[in-house]
Design a protein around this ligand. Sequence first.
Ligand SMILES: [Zn+2]
Length: 362
Amino acid sequence: MLKQKHNVLIFIFCFFLPFFMLSGCKTTQKHCYNRVKVRQKKYVPLLQVCAKHNLSWDWDGFAKVVTVKNFNTEVRFCPGSALVSVNGKIYNLSIPIKIQKNSFVVPANFDAFFAKTVKSTESWQKLRKKNTLKRIVIDPGHGGKDPGGIGVKNIYEKNVVLDVSRRLKKVLLKEGIDVILTRDTDIFYSLMQRSVIANQAEADFFVSVHANIARTSSVHGFEVFYLSNEYDNFTKAVKIKDNIVRKIEKQKNYQYSADLNTVIWDMVLAENRIESIEMAKTISLTLKKMLNLKTRYIRGKKFAVLKNTNIPAVLLELGFLSNYNEAAKLSNPYYRQMLAEAIAAGIMRYKHKYELTNGFTI
Ligand SMILES: [Zn+2]
């Protein structure tokens, strides 16, 4: 009886063995990596992950940054850090990427992370959808004890910009954009207070609204400024980078490589600046088209109000209150409404363009 049972077991084993072997082969072809253990953590060779996902890779020895990419995805990381940047967004793998025997090894969860976050079409679509323009902070300049520029016929900049900003808010709300005003009344807020509002709003864009004054009354026209790439902005980018690093440090299992500074700094600056320039250009074009309003300048500027704020931004100078014609126009509620509608149309044009791309960096 016992021997019979034994024979049955041998039969079952022999019968199913080929199936086990077959499934084993399949797994080998598709998923098996040469796993290695580093400090009790499981790793797989980066080259094998690249081969599986059809990725090219590159090592920048100077910046100490590894870039792996395919046609629509760019992943960057620094050996020694658990943080990876996927199309400009930062994720934490919990386990740092390492160099083992002169080659890069990534945590075993990198494969699943890559497949889930990046590779599948569904995730990619979701990633794209994140690049939407849903919430805007509008910052009417000055207010309260700070009148801003005082133009002809005693027209105050703080009043003009508040009224246009309120109108702009109304138009954008109708378009389905969530709008936060840094001030909705004639009140004084310091630049620091405005910066805090912008940070807490977690908005996608910051639009500062001002009006100009010049010594020569003949000077007139609209001006748009975007985040500048000059030395001033270097200081700002460093501050933003420090903020991001601080946030990331709070995540558990944090391991940080100083080299990541370069990556984050570069990313923040590049992405925000490109978006800011694109918004500035689009608003300017729309004003020309709708109101035949010529833009004097589109140029870079240091945004004191945006200290430590990690969002793209433009600053609009609606016109010169020191110019008789422009002061008269900006005193007229009808013109203010037209202006607000044209600016809103520019923002919506930008929104549509932006949402068709994955940001403007690719
Ligand atoms: Zn101003």
